[in-house]
Write a protein that binds this ligand. Structure first.
Ligand code: FB9
Length: 538
């Protein structure tokens, strides 16, 4: 291409403002596109100027090319009619689909006409009369209409016009429009360029060196080299490496928030749970609506987990608190059925993991604990823009002597502050396993409104005491989803674009880093106090 470039620059220097890109391409024996490519790079270094020259011409369509060879449909129809005429049916059999358009055109040109003379019914069938005749007429859709020539000879102007098109002759606008209307020709437009000398024009373009090479240094040739300017805005080749899904980036940040607050992650990798740990251990009544198949995915195989796997004394205490209460509660009065507690399901909340961990904590002999889980939960509920049948629940709990609602409020304020959510409000709520319970709201400057950011409460003694956790030991806990903050942080409006088969891999590849407000904990951590936006994403 260097040689073509030199040749083009020479041509421009000899005839400034008169080098036509297409003519030059022809003379240089290269594609016009190659010259346009070269022109564009010479334009960027102000070597040349380029004036756009628009062109348009008519080109025949496939149908136009067919009539160019065989004649226009009307001419073909005319030619197909013998002196004694022919029926429409015969013409269709002879010329196929174009018979119709040919006939209507030939009629319009008064080349042919329908023979008014009553058609002689073929010898075989008696003449039809009265409306029976009309009925057949309508039935045979005029197929038997006899078409006769009106003109002795015709001139197939359309075919001539088609010839004019291919030979590039100028056509009268009306004729060109008619051909376009009959879809026999279409307008083709293209551009060429008239090239001239640019502000930095020279006969030879000294390519700016992109790199300072050892060879240049050893030979000292770097001295008369021109070096390309560094383009500090260049994005650079995206690293061919894996990319984390936004959910995993936010999960990693939230993990850091928890670990920096001294919390340990619970083992939450078992999606299948028994109703005992998911509901009964949480003192959730066996008649609770959430426990029927409308809300919960129960398993067919394995359908149950025998309660024998759980220490019988603990099961007995759970039964008695459900049936007859205790620890300040009346219980639910009804029979507590083992079969119900043995049903396997896809866990509806990671609180099921919390029950297992709290029971283990009690069994090992209580000591204060801070635990969290971030994992998938399943709820058989209506899918909409922000809800799927599965999502990731984030749960935190603190278990210690004398914990109060105040501790919960303080812990929530600390946790959400580290997510960059400063202003919190709490609204009394109800959960079967916490009393008191609070919905958590945060004021979003961006959205200009209060949004629900989670739920929380103090686990009921009816849940904790049967486990064996001593009097006075309380557990404060809270939960939120991973999807909601991720959707808000990454400006994703529909949860289906974040999770599931509709996720675009390029979104995963291109999504920016996630910097939660103050996750790193060390002063001046990335992102600065209270800011929770992915870098410049939105
Ligand atoms: O995540 C939720 N909202 C949220 C959280 C963070 C956030 O950050 C933005 C970047 C700024 C934005 C929004 N919610 C909880 C609130 C709503 O979205 C709610 O409509 C949907 N909830 C889910 C359940 O839906 C059926 C979110 C999910 C949720 C709700 C409650 C818990 C967990 C997840 C819980 C609990 C709990 C309570 C007491 C003790 C232990 C656990």
């Amino acid at each position: 291409m260097e040689e073509i470039e030199a040749r083009l620059l020479r041509a421009i220097s000899e005839t400034p403002q008169a080098v036509e890109s297409d003519a030059f391409a022809k003379s240089a024996g290269v594609e016009h596109g190659a010259v346009v490519g070269l022109m564009k790079s010479l334009l960027t270094s102000d070597f040349v100027t380029a004036e756009e020259v628009p062109h348009s011409r008519l080109v025949l369509t496939a149908e136009g090319r067919e009539y160019l060879d065989k004649g226009s449909p009307e001419a073909q129809v005319f030619a197909a009619i013998p002196a004694e005429g022919a029926t429409k049916g015969e013409l269709k059999r002879k010329l196929g689909a174009l018979a119709d358009v040919g006939l209507s055109q030939a009629m319009r040109q008064r080349w042919v006409a329908v023979d008014k003379a009553p058609a002689k019914a073929p010898a075989s069938e008696p003449a039809a009369h009265g409306n029976a005749g009309k009925k057949d007429k309508k039935k045979d859709k005029g197929e038997n209409d006899r078409i006769i020539r009106e003109a002795d000879g015709i001139v197939d102007e359309v075919q001539q016009q088609l010839h004019a098109v291919v030979s590039g002759q100028a056509l009268d606008a009306g004729v060109a429009e008619a051909l376009r209307k009959r879809k026999l020709a279409v307008a083709e437009a293209w551009k060429t360029y008239r090239l001239g000398c640019g502000p930095k024009f020279a006969l030879e373009r000294r390519r700016a060196a992109a790199d300072l090479t050892a060879d240049m240094i050893s030979k000292g040739t770097w001295r008369d080299k021109e070096f390309k300017q560094y383009n500090f805005d260049a994005l650079g080749r995206p690293p061919a490496c894996g990319a984390l899904h936004p959910l995993l980036k936010v999960r990693a940040q939230i993990r850091k928030v928890f670990t920096n607050m001294g919390f340990q992650e619970m083992p939450s990798n078992a999606f299948v749970e028994s109703s005992f740990w998911n509901f009964d251990a949480l003192f959730q009544p066996q008649q609770h609506p959430a426990r029927d198949a409308h809300d919960t995915f129960f398993l067919a195989r394995p359908a149950t987990t025998p309660l024998e796997r759980i220490p019988a004394d603990y099961v007995a205490r759970v039964r008695s608190v459900h049936e007859s209460g205790g620890f300040g509660s009346t219980g639910y009065g009804g029979p507590w059925r083992e079969a119900e507690a043995e049903k396997n399901l896809l866990r509806t909340h990671t609180t099921a993991v919390s029950t297992r961990m709290l029971y283990a904590l009690a069994a090992r002999g209580f000591r204060p604990a801070r635990l969290f889980s971030i994992d998938r939960v399943f709820r058989n509920e209506a899918v909409d823009r922000t809800h799927l049948a599965e999502f990731h629940q984030i749960e935190g709990l603190m278990c210690d002597e004398g914990l109060t609602l105040g501790n919960l409020v303080w812990t929530l304020q600390t946790f959400f502050k580290r997510l960059g959510l400063e202003k919190l409000r709490f609204k009394p709520a109800y959960n079967p396993y916490t009393e008191p319970s609070m919905e958590i709201f945060s004021y979003s400057e961006e959205l200009g409104k209060w949004m629900e950011v989670g739920n929380s409460g103090m686990f009921r003694p009816e849940m904790l005491r049967p486990m064996g956790l001593p009097e006075g030991v309380n557990v404060i806990a809270w939960g939120l989803s991973l999807e909601r903050p991720t959707m808000i942080l990454y400006g994703i409006d529909n949860i289906r674009d974040l999770f599931g088969h509709r996720v675009s891999l390029s979104m995963v590849k291109r999504n920016p880093i996630c910097r939660l407000g103050y996750s790193s904990g060390e002063p001046g951590g990335s992102g600065g106090e209270g800011e929770l936006t992915p870098a410049a994403s939105r």
